[in-house]
Design a protein around this ligand. Structure first.
Ligand SMILES: NC(=O)c1ccc[n+]([C@@H]2O[C@H](COP(=O)([O-])OP(=O)(O)OC[C@H]3O[C@@H](n4cnc5c(N)ncnc54)[C@H](OP(=O)(O)O)[C@@H]3O)[C@@H](O)[C@H]2O)c1
Length: 294
């Protein structure tokens, strides 16, 4: 059995569709099974929460492979960004070792390091360290921005694009190599059951990048063109945006549409020197953004 966390997310739902179609036995660790949609009747369900390590033990019973996609880019009532990403991953890895799991797949983020400026990226780097220091066979994927039509980021952009001018936090010149979530799911699926042969290492890693090197502003313009909405872009100073969002967060509470930490992610460069090489080595040719959004 495969234990999949984050099955309700952008990448997880694309992967789950593939696994179910292949007839793979999947158990999903979820907070709310309803969010799995129609797939919920085709999978095993383990109620759990990244903030509740005691839920991992049950979820891991009889599991040989863990695909750990669940993560959070904002603090939650039950755990901080660091607890939900770094600590929970460490605890899941340890629980998987105790449960006799063989392979552990983890989703990091392209460019994440212990020196990154955002808490989310630093927590991903810590999580990766925990994964790669384990006794399991591990595979770490590091995607650039992974998007799909209707995802939370494109939904916010869509709403903002109804304004007469479209605000961009900061200079909008940070670079990304956006990759379609369906291409990411294809890459993960391709590595399942892949034998690394006589490869000397137990730890494998893949950068998952799309074929274009785009600044945030260019990416926004491509989305606007796909939606046939011509809007002038206005760059707002990042400190002003963060301070305003902090005030809104104070008034609205945790359901605020974006947090200062989340807009900070727009300034994390997510570029791989290997470009699409790793995806192609898995037999996946990532699509360009206009081909997906158009
Ligand atoms: N999308 C990107 O641009 C991108 C870039 C780099 C790395 N990544 C990484 O790739 C992975 C998948 O990304 P994604 O975009 O598919 O994520 P996503 O759409 O934000 O989904 C996050 C998933 O994590 C689950 N989750 C959040 N908090 C949880 C908690 N406390 N307990 C249990 N589950 C929890 C969510 O479940 P609920 O349905 O209950 O909310 C959801 O299934 C993540 O690790 C992410 O950090 C994504």
């Amino acid at each position: 059995v495969i234990l999949l966390t984050g099955a309700t997310g952008t990448i997880g739902s694309a992967l789950l569709r593939r696994l179910v179609a292949d007839g793979t036995a999947v158990r999903c660790l979820v907070r709310d099974p309803k969010r799995l949609g129609p797939e919920r009747v085709r999978v095993q369900i383990a109620l759990g929460n990244l903030a509740d390590p005691s839920s991992f033990r049950n979820a891991l019973r009889g599991v040989d492979t863990v695909i750990h996609l669940a993560a959070s880019i904002r603090d939650q009532p039950r755990g901080s960004i660091e607890e939900l990403n770094a600590l929970a991953t460490l605890r899941l890895v340890r629980a998987a070792e105790r449960a006799g799991v063989q392979r552990f797949y983890f989703m990091s983020a392209l460019g994440a390091s212990l020196q990154s400026r955002t808490r989310f990226f630093r927590s991903k780097a810590l999580a990766r360290k925990a994964v790669e220091s384990s006794s399991l066979e591990t595979t770490v994927f590091s995607p650039s921005i992974a998007y799909t039509p209707g995802d939370p980021w494109l939904t916010i952009l869509d709403r903002l694009s109804h304004l007469p001018v479209l605000p961009i936090a900061g200079r909008g010149d940070t670079q990304f190599q956006p990759i379609w979530a369906e291409d990411v799911a294809d890459c993960i699926e391709a590595t399942l059951g892949m034998s690394h042969g006589r490869s000397e290492s137990r730890h494998h890693s893949f950068d998952l990048a799309g074929p274009e090197l785009l600044s945030y502003e260019q990416l926004t313009r491509i989305a606007l063109a796909a939606w046939q909405r011509d809007r002038p872009l206005v760059n707002l100073p990042m400190p002003v945006v963060k301070a305003s969002l902090k005030a809104v967060e104070y008034l609205v509470g945790p359901s605020v549409f974006a947090t200062p930490e989340e807009v900070g992610l727009m300034e994390e460069r997510m570029v791989s020197p290997r470009g699409t090489t790793d995806a192609e080595s898995l037999g996946v040719t990532p699509l360009r953004v206009p081909a997906v959004l158009g």
